[in-house]
Design a protein around this ligand. Structure first.
Ligand code: PHE
Length: 451
């Protein structure tokens, strides 16, 4: 059977934007922007997306389009020796990320439902934390995890055109519209002007004083939010024809993803400032605890809350499908399994791996710090080294297809991939490993000892 391809250029771009725009933009971005000082983080992050993220998307695009394969097959075709096994890393990373991503997405579905049925009435932070406690673990959490994975499996089982492409053509415009509406609403709130100055007037002194923390955090966020380092963009580009201009597609994708993250700040910060909550405080539950109490205290909060949490659910779905597609494309291409059984089998396996996260949040850290802090970064590092040093000529030639006049762009790109990206990624990787070792010997060891 012939391999499927995207029906339209817009389909490919929307699928890639759908993958990029997700919990990373909405759950993680406002939280770490708050943690690292608002505007100072924002400007560093913007610079990283342009200088590091954009060339790194192209690294995955050229590999995928060149080989028309899943990441495991693609690396085996292009690389020899140890390189041919790098694709396996992506399979492992994809399993881990999707397993907890689905649990967290389930929290958003649950909050949407709470808004619809009961509204947001809790203003006391302690009570809001207690509510988060009941949403984030337990049997109900397991149920919402199952519901979310069922949706993901359903879309992927339907195929590239009828599943992914069709669904993102609805989901991505919906996310953008809802978010624009919410940002306009944010503008009308009392806290808007304080929020804008917090968010938009960068303080270069703060950046200079804290660069050892801000730079790796911004780099990590740039890779995560662009879905880099685990073969998603390889897989999506493998369904592309030869005539597309990869550089302009990558530019559109990076720009839309960034626009969404920035707009989320225009929603979340005015809401928080209006009710007097400090941005960037408190763990993975932060956005739930602070926003539910904020929605209880602002005009129209219930409707706004439902739209907000529902929009995040949609954004998470359009990202989650891209992760399952990496795994499924491997089984289809390499093992010859049909799409529907491959989607169901892998989706169920991912669901099972996520079960511990629904029981104790320590597993969220155990998975996230490993996958996000180490495996994704390692994946990006290996891909950059591979494209920059092992196959630069093939990569340059692949980039040139579909571009009328590439000028010096190809060489500039290869050099960006060879040195600056590698340096940034190595530093981030080192910090990620140190963090994970701290976690394993600290919180996790304590947790085990308490069993
Ligand atoms: N980019 C997605 C987000 O921002 C997360 C993701 C990471 C998706 C890696 C796929 C691969 O939520």
């Amino acid at each position: 059977m012939a391999r499927e391809t995207w029906a339209t250029r817009a389909g490919f771009i929307l699928a890639a934007v759908g993958s990029a725009v997700g919990l990373g933009n909405i759950w993680r971005f406002p939280f770490i922007t708050g943690q690292y000082g608002g505007s100072s983080f924002l400007i560093t992050y913007l610079a990283f997306v342009a200088l590091i993220g954009f060339p790194a998307i192209l690294v995955e695009f050229v590999i995928g389009r060149r080989t028309d394969r899943n990441p495991v097959g693609a690396l085996r075709e292009l690389g020899s020796g140890a390189w041919s096994y790098v694709g396996w890393l992506f399979v492992v990373t994809g399993f881990i990320i999707l397993s907890y991503y689905s649990v967290v997405a389930g929290w958003f579905l649950r909050y949407t439902l709470i808004g619809l049925t009961e509204g947001f009435t809790i203003t006391d932070p302690a009570e809001a934390s207690a509510l988060f406690g009941t949403v984030s673990t337990g049997l109900d959490t397991l149920l919402f995890h199952a519901v979310f994975m069922t949706l993901v499996i359903g879309i992927i089982a339907a195929g590239v055109r009828r599943g992914i492409e069709l669904s993102v053509k609805v989901m991505v415009p919906a996310i953008l519209l809802l978010l624009l509406g919410l940002a306009v609403y944010g503008f009308t709130l009392d806290g808007a002007s304080a929020a804008y100055s917090y968010y938009l007037s960068p303080d270069f002194g703060t950046i200079a004083a804290n660069w050892t923390e801000i730079l790796p955090a911004a780099a990590g966020q740039a890779f995560f939010t662009l879905s880099l380092g685990m073969g998603v963009m390889i897989t999506y580009a493998s369904y592309l024809g030869e005539d597309r201009n990869l550089a302009s597609d990558a530019g559109i994708i990076a720009a839309l993803d960034t626009l969404v993250a920035v707009l989320v700040g225009f929603v979340v910060f005015p809401v928080l400032f209006t009710v007097g909550i400090e941005p960037g405080t408190g763990g993975p539950g932060a956005i739930f605890v602070s926003l539910t109490s904020a929605f209880a205290g602002i005009p129209g909060g219930r409707a706004i809350g439902v739209v907000f949490f529902g929009m995040v659910g949609i954004a998470a779905l359009s990202s989650a499908i891209s992760i399952l597609e990496v795994l499924v494309s491997y089984l289809i291409d390499e093992v010859g399994v049909a799409r529907i059984p491959a989607s169901v089998a892998l989706g169920v396996a991912v669901f099972l791996l996520g079960v511990p996260v629904t029981i104790d949040l320590i597993f969220l850290d155990l998975y996230d710090l490993l996958a996000d802090g180490i495996l994704l970064v390692l994946g990006s590092l290996l891909l950059s080294l591979f494209v920059g040093w092992v196959i630069p000529d093939i990569a340059r030639e692949e980039l040139r297809k579909g571009i009328a006049d590439i000028g010096g762009l190809g060489d500039a790109w290869i050099w960006a991939v060879r040195i600056p990206i590698v340096i940034v990624v190595v530093v981030s990787l080192y910090l990620g490993i140190v963090d994970y070792a701290d976690f394993l010997t600290g919180s996790f060891a304590d947790w085990l000892a308490a069993r």
